[in-house]
Design a protein around this ligand. Structure first.
Ligand SMILES: CC(C)(COP(=O)(O)OP(=O)(O)OC[C@H]1O[C@@H](n2cnc3c(N)ncnc32)[C@H](O)[C@@H]1OP(=O)(O)O)[C@@H](O)C(=O)NCCC(=O)NCCS
Length: 174
């Protein structure tokens, strides 16, 4: 749907959204099947039911994982999850994002990433995103680059033979 911009409603995700989030994440067709449970672990942590969820941190206004969904006409069309990177000062990871393939290119991913950045303003020194260097991730890399993320490192063969990891950052320049 490239060219047609939509205005999604952004809202916090909750445990009841898990099935739809799983469907969207699988439907994008980029992630290996063994990556789907990892995405759902991140989701579970963010909605407070996963093994790493820490309700005390949430209760004290600490720094939990956050998962936001984008709704179009009352249905979830995409999601994003971010959180503080352990053992860092002011570094945050964009842990996962995905948009329903039928609705990609319509501005939903941009709305989600801008909302993450808005919420992290004044709090995050650095936002880090790790993605793949494979040709089928070219559109994903373009998406991050067009939104001001800089590729600062590549780890050859990280995800598998010939499947590099590219690390993008956005934040205060040194
Ligand atoms: C990457 C992704 C989250 C972007 O969301 P989106 O809603 O398609 O993005 P937007 O519509 O806001 O932005 C479109 C831009 O993203 C890029 N893009 C990435 N994937 C695209 C796709 N399938 N269709 C159209 N544009 C895409 C284009 O460069 C486009 O640039 P333009 O605005 O200059 O035309 C989404 O395409 C997606 O879920 N991709 C598969 C999963 C994925 O790669 N997740 C990130 C893993 S690290």
């Amino acid at each position: 749907m490239s060219g047609t911009l939509v205005s999604p409603l952004l809202r916090h995700l909750n445990a009841a959204d898990r099935g739809r989030i799983e469907d969207i994440t699988r439907a994008v067709g980029l992630f290996r099947e063994d990556e789907i449970p990892v995405a759902l672990e991140v989701f579970d942590d963010a909605v407070g039911v996963g093994p790493r969820a820490d309700p005390s941190r949430v209760a004290t206004g600490g720094d939990p994982y956050i998962a936001l969904g984008a709704e179009i006409d009352g249905a979830l069309a995409g999601w994003i999850c971010w959180g503080p990177t352990p053992c860092t000062l002011g570094t945050y990871d964009l842990y996962w994002m995905a948009v329903d393939p039928a609705l990609q290119g319509g501005g939903i991913g941009t709305a989600l990433i801008l909302e993450m950045e808005r919420r992290l303003a004044g709090q995050a020194r650095l936002i880090v995103v790790e993605t793949a260097g494979r040709p089928d991730y070219a559109a994903t890399r373009r998406f991050y680059e067009a939104r001001g993320y800089r590729a600062v490192a590549t780890i050859p063969d990280f995800y598998g033979p010939g499947d590099d990891q590219v690390v993008y950052v956005k934040g205060r320049e040194r």
